[in-house]
Design a protein around this ligand. Structure first.
Ligand code: ADP
Ligand code: MG
Length: 163
């Protein structure tokens, strides 16, 4: 990659976190990505699931978006695309993920969003885009870094969209 592509922004409240998810959805669409793998790090309650809710709603997913804490994955259809929301909190390592057929999700037509990437760091290193949410007083701060050219394309669109 030519240069690191990174974004940092303050999220004042829950609505801002949802909006960030919607912006990410718009950026992924604008970059015309067939497949993408996004990780979302951050402590419990940092807003990872909230951000995914904003993204899914923006893509037209209706109905409740449940946290996949216990099910490990919740999948949705949005047009011709399948969206997979994963939560690796209860995972004991990458072996578990292989057993769950994770690799099959990284295919054209599938977008994958995974919370708790630390639980399977080797797999998470293959992400296109790494997001992190940090507590900032009562608010939150979002950081995003591109790890692949696909991720960089999406992140550039995102930055253009909010410029
Ligand atoms: P996680 O998935 O990271 O454990 P959740 O999204 O389930 O976190 O919960 C985040 C909590 O923090 C929710 O109660 C939500 O209302 C709140 N929240 C989300 N974004 C913000 C923000 N930017 N500022 C303050 N509170 C927020
Ligand atoms: Mg969560």
């Amino acid at each position: 990659m030519r240069e690191p592509v990174q974004l940092t922004r303050a999220l004042a409240d829950e609505a801002a976190t949802r909006r960030a998810g919607a912006e990410l959805a718009a950026a992924l669409l604008a970059a015309d990505l067939q497949a993408v793998f996004v990780t979302i790090a951050g402590e419990l309650g940092a807003g990872k699931t909230t951000l995914v809710r904003g993204l899914l709603e923006a893509l037209g997913v209706s109905g409740p978006v449940r946290s996949p804490t216990y099910t490990l994955v919740e999948s949705y259809h949005a047009g011709s695309r399948q969206l997979h929301h994963l939560d690796w909190y209860r995972l004991s390592g990458a072996d578990d993920l292989d057993g769950l057929g994770f690799r099959e999700l990284l295919a054209p037509g599938h977008w994958v969003l995974a919370e708790w990437p630390e639980r399977a760091a080797g797999v998470a290193a293959q992400a296109d885009l790494a997001l992190r949410l940090d507590y900032h007083g009562a608010a939150r701060q979002l950081s995003a870094a591109a790890l692949t050219s696909r991720g960089a394309a999406a992140l550039r669109r995102w930055m253009e969209g909010i410029a």
